[in-house]
Design a protein. Structure first.
Length: 392
């Protein structure tokens, strides 16, 4: 019988700490932002890099949104990597007068491999002050480049824009993704930024100073190259700054079938990173005692929110049925802190009001995510890159 309380308190300790961490980030996100001016000089030249694999249906929308930028046209370039394409992606890009670089290497597919191949050709171009990376299925606000350029403060700068969901009200599943992004990206990004932590990298809407690009490798990364790259940059003493005023909107599939491969890649990738970097980060935390690394390790070890909520509820039920008041108090703190985090994120989510109706499907969505996560637990191999399905 003694083993049951020990197991319970071990699980409760982790779940409680995670809930309090998220609660602190939510509170920090409500603090006023510091005004930051440009320190890199006026109007840096930006190289926009767009990897695209069979994106004929959506890449034109992104190029049109870039044509509408408030930023001077002679201060940025746009390059699209048509990576192993079998459709009309290259032709559509060319019709917009944009430089297209065709890569045909079916034995080495993947976004990281495509970017590594392209960036190797530009590493010595001293006219470029920063690279901006966008997914081909996205669109950006007209002020995007101006907002990003205004935060380029030095030659070792890493920026992450606010990554939101495109057409959030088009379908319940897309709406749930939009609300999830509001929690994970905007709320946590703002919170970490206010506390001086690294906000993370999400693969879309990133900007690196030229010297940072020269510091890192792209081709050896896994299918979750953005998260892995963030960990590597942290180990080099860099951190990512959040730019909430720069908005990029990514396409999300509207069916569980189309979303499955993407979600499995995210969940499997998270587990792969824990196994590959967890011990190394723990050692760095002990050695450097850096709060930035402590937060990054905590973020790395966090469960998916769906599983976190399921654990909190299950532990609360066990405390109510079988354990005493101390367990009930700990459970109540866990649930209240987690609930405050979720409520704060939902209340401040940058989505139309009608998107909140998608919360009616949240239990199904959460169960589906937990099922996919549990299915990835036995996997020990690196997650493979698989293109997210496009509905016809």
């Amino acid at each position: 019988m003694l083993a049951i309380p020990m197991v319970y308190w071990s699980l409760m300790a982790g779940t409680l700490c995670a809930s309090l961490y998220l609660f602190i980030l939510a509170l920090a996100a409500l603090l006023p932002a510091k005004k930051r001016g440009r320190k890199m000089g006026q109007l840096p030249f930006l190289a926009i890099v767009i990897p695209a694999h069979n994106e004929e249906a959506l890449v034109g929308d992104l190029l049109r949104s870039l044509e509408a930028q408030d930023y001077p046209r002679d201060r940025f370039s746009v390059s699209v990597i048509a990576d192993n394409c079998s459709d009309a992606t290259a032709e559509i890009v060319s019709s917009h007068g944009v430089a297209v670089y065709e890569r045909n290497d079916p034995l080495r597919p993947g976004k990281g491999q495509a970017l590594g191949w392209f960036l190797e050709q530009l590493r010595e171009d001293r006219s470029i002050q920063a690279f901006v990376f966008m997914d081909a299925d996205s669109i950006v606000d007209s002020s995007f480049l101006e907002a990003m350029s205004g935060r380029l403060k030095d030659e070792r700068c890493v920026l992450q824009a606010s990554y939101q969901v495109r057409d959030a009200s088009s379908h319940a599943l897309v709406g749930l993704r939009a609300l999830a992004f509001a929690l994970m990206h905007d709320l946590r990004g703002k919170g970490k930024s206010r506390l001086g932590l690294s906000c993370g990298l999400w693969g879309n809407g990133m900007a690196f100073s030229r010297d940072v690009v020269n510091l890192i490798s792209w081709e050896g990364l896994s299918a979750v190259e953005d998260a892995e790259q963030h960990l590597q940059l942290l180990l080099k003493g860099l951190k990512a700054d959040f730019v909430p005023e720069a908005h990029i909107y990514g396409h999300m599939p509207s069916t569980f079938r189309a979303s499955k491969d993407q979600q499995r890649r995210w969940e499997g990738g998270k587990l792969y990173l824990v196994r590959s970097y967890g011990i190394q980060f723990a050692r760095e935390v002990v050695r450097d005692r850096s709060i930035v690394l402590v937060a990054a390790l905590f973020e790395l070890l966090l469960m998916p929110l769906s599983l976190h909520i399921a654990f909190a509820v299950a532990l609360g039920f066990v405390a109510f049925v079988a354990l005493g008041p101390t367990a009930l108090i700990a459970s109540a703190i866990t649930i209240v802190a987690l609930g405050a985090y979720v409520t704060c994120g939902l209340a401040t989510a940058p989505v139309p009001v009608r998107v909140y109706a998608s919360l009616l499907y949240a239990p199904i969505y959460m169960a589906w995510k937990v099922w996919l996560f549990v299915g990835e637990l036995p996997r020990r191999s690196r997650p493979a890159w698989i293109r997210t399905s496009r509905e016809s």
